[in-house]
Ligand binder design. Structure first.
Ligand code: TRP
Length: 447
């Protein structure tokens, strides 16, 4: 058998996984759901969700991947030939496919906005004009699809280049670049007059704002933000070398992902508050609110360009992780070359993605369970596929997988002395599954 590819260095593993985790979820979605859910209290609930659910599921995916040494479906089959646990892998591959088909639409928007920022197109426009600019663009039948094509082509190129020469190499370049950009943006935001109001919104919790919906949003977002329940971290786990420490890798990745989301909040809210804008504008926050204020702040021209560049880079390192799930499966399953599978999968994803893009305009009248196609794909994957995938994953490691295997994976064959194994088991057996089930029942409206 051909030797499985791997991430060559520890930093490469970290960059690839953080690249996957850090995306539109951190810089577009986290700030706006934080804004809509009242700020600091939401962030606190989110941190708890990451710690007791996100982190154990992430670690479980790494264990399954590194032990199963294959794509998500065959990793489960390798570990448990009997039974139907591999259904979790099937859900994962389908989820990765569907998520990429709508995520690439929004990733494409960030490129259009980067070009608009370079062309100084936000200057001299009032709120209504900028609002209309966004509406006109996303409902245009051609331009968003063109940008989506660009994003998918770049993604395909990187994935086709291989795990080490594609994913690891580009993530190792792009993730540090992204961190530098976000720090520059933070410094700009923090030196604006009125910045402190934005900071207290982010860091002074008002617990009267915490309710069921806040917890639900926080949990759903922790899955999305850590790229869980879609086979991504199982696939990446299968490329982790035996001498890497799974526990500390997972912890570092979760910390980096959360920190970057908070740094994105620090780049955005002081700006929003400095101009007396309400923070609860929803998904339009980065495409409408920010373009409104960029022209009004000193250095705003550069700030705007860097901001949309940041979004685009963050999106790209995530789209490659989604495509890799589909490609890893295709390569194993059809015994075809990585290039070929990458190209064919990208075309199929693009076809579904075109409908997601058109659903913001000409096909907007077609309703899927009361919403448009893009939103439907988002809800379908987030509420069902990713939740079910994560639940099966954690139940598998908590209850079904031979504990010797888990111990071996966590201690690197007994080489590491690890104190958290019992805690991990307790959380994986009881805490995470119960929390996931409660949240699922709540999200489909049963409780
Ligand atoms: N985590 C990424 C973000 O926050 C998105 C992402 C990448 C993802 N791979 C995934 C989400 C797999 C769910 C499943 O933007």
């Amino acid at each position: 058998m051909e030797k499985r590819e791997s991430f060559k260095s520890s930093f490469g593993l970290f960059a690839a996984a953080v690249g996957s985790a850090v995306g539109l979820g951190n810089i577009w979605r986290f700030p706006y759901i934080t804004g809509m859910n009242g700020g600091a209290a939401f962030i606190l609930v989110y941190l708890i969700c990451v710690a007791i659910i996100g982190l154990p599921v992430l670690l479980s995916e790494f264990i399954i991947g590194r032990e199963g040494k294959s794509n998500p479906i065959d990793s489960f089959k390798n570990l448990m030939p009997k039974g139907k646990w591999y259904i979790s892998g099937i859900l994962g591959v389908m989820a990765a496919f569907l998520i990429l088909s709508f995520y690439s639409v929004i990733a494409g928007w960030t490129l259009e906005y980067m070009i608009k920022a370079i062309g100084n197109q936000f200057a001299g426009k009032d709120v209504n004009q900028i609002d209309a600019m966004f509406g006109d663009f996303i409902s245009n039948p051609i331009r968003p699809i063109f940008w989506q094509f660009i994003i998918l082509s770049l993604t395909c190129y990187i994935v086709a280049s291989g795990v080490e020469k594609g994913i690891e190499k580009y993530s190792s370049l792009l993730v540090p670049a992204l961190i530098v950009i976000i720090i520059i943006l933070d410094i700009r935001a923090l030196t604006l007059p009125g910045a402190s109001e934005g900071l207290s919104f982010l860091f002074k919790p008002d617990f009267s704002k915490v309710n069921g919906k806040v917890i639900l949003d926080a949990l759903g977002h922790s899955f999305f933000s850590l790229s869980l329940g879609a086979g991504t971290m199982i696939t990446y786990g299968s490329y982790i070398k035996n001498n890497e420490r799974l526990g500390s890798s997972a912890l570092n990745i979760a910390i980096a992902d959360t920190l970057i989301a908070i740094l994105a909040g620090i780049a955005i809210f002081p700006v929003v508050f400095a101009f007396g804008i309400e923070p609860d504008n929803g998904p339009g926050l980065v495409f409408i609110t920010l373009p409104n204020v960029f022209p009004k702040i000193p250095g705003g021209y550069i700030f705007g360009i860097l901001f949309f560049l940041l979004l685009a880079l963050a999106a790209l390192t995530s789209t490659i992780s989604m495509l890799e799930v589909v490609v890893a499966f295709g390569v194993d399953r059809f015994k075809a070359s990585r290039e070929r599978v990458a190209i064919i999968s990208t075309i199929l994803i693009f076809i579904v993605g075109i409908f997601a893009s058109l659903s913001q305009g000409v096909l907007g009248h077609i309703s899927f369970l009361g919403t448009d196609f893009l939103d439907f794909l988002d809800k379908l994957t987030a509420n069902y596929f990713m939740t079910a995938g994560s639940l099966i994953t954690i139940l598998f490691v908590g209850w079904k997988l031979d504990r010797k295997i888990t111990d071996r994976q966590l201690t690197n064959e007994g080489m590491l002395d690890i104190g958290y194994v019992d805690t991990f088991y307790f959380v994986a057996k009881y805490i995470s599954p119960i929390a996931i089930i409660l949240v699922f029942l709540a999200s489909v409206g049963i409780i």
